[in-house]
Design a protein around this ligand. Sequence first.
Ligand code: FAQ
Length: 329
Amino acid sequence: MYAQMVKSEATNEDPEMLAAFQARIDAGERIEPKDWMPEGYRKTLIRQIGQHAHSEIVGQLPEGNWITRAPTLERKAILLAKVQDEAGHGLYLYCAAETLGVTRDDLTEQLLSGRMKYSSIFNYPTLTWADIGAVGWLVDGAAIMNQVPLQRTSFGPYSRAMIRICKEESFHQRQGYDLIRKMAEGTAEQKAMAQDALNRFWYPSLMMFGPSDKDSVHSTQSMAWRIKINTNDELRQKFVDQTVPQAKFLGLTIPDENLKWNEDKQGWDFSEPDWSEFYEVLKGNGPCNTDRIEARQKAWRDGAWFRDGLMGHAKKAEARRNAGRIAAE
Ligand code: FAQ
């Protein structure tokens, strides 16, 4: 449906301009906000960057859930810093999307009304402290795998936002691995918690890369435009290949009986996630979808007085500036 829309819009655009645009992409040039771009390119970017920004913001919720219960002051400080970083990532991304002609309020409204997606992973609960380790190790690990190539994405503001985000995500992944390692090397009970977290987060982490290539709606066009650099399956495979040795080092077991080293492809064979579960989560039927959206709606309502105050202040300051200008003339 969306692909059809992009195609029909593209056919109304000047073929020469389309060809010149594609040539710039193929030459590895960055596209900047004031450059001409096909409408489909602009819309695809708004969809992907917006979904990504929302993921960073909603992604604060499962981790924020544990700030007051972090076991030590040091762990609390680390978690607080990480959750604040996620807010910052959301802001860089909303700013990048704004350069495409959409406002942050529009994007927020689309999230709150359920018209825009955020990553499926954040609809799963964080039930124990070990889950905070699993989120850092696996969820940030998957996020980095996806985002490192996006530093070379064709749209300048998105690519520059990704460079900064990736630096911080690396720290997030390391702290998650450190946390889960402490638990895996701890008491039998702590190790069991780490294993349980891995069991619950493994397949949802694999789902973060999106549907398998044969079912991916946007990959072909997005890769031609270099909005995406790799296919969903390529990145999923790299993530599994990176994570299996880490789990072995930790003495934890990936919950997949079909996990097997494949000499020919020099990578691990693994089981696909349950795609029917993925699509249910996307439809809003995951374990925490309702909670997550309600939490964001409440935050938006609770922040109304603050937004009004800021706008009131900005309007007064502008009126003062204008009055000063008139007096000077
Ligand atoms: N969840 O045709 P494709 C993070 C949708 S950031 C929900 O393959 P595409 C940081 C997709 O939108 C994590 N929806 O789509 C952090 C499309 O639906 P639509 C977020 C998904 O765009 C860590 C439909 O399925 N990262 O974790 C998902 O080419 C810890 C068909 O799929 C990004 O957003 C999913 N997992 O590829 C924060 C990275 N997968 O729009 C806090 C940038 C697919 O037609 C704590 N995004 N869908 O209605 C991307 O690279 C791409 O958008 C993909 C999907 C790879 C996610």
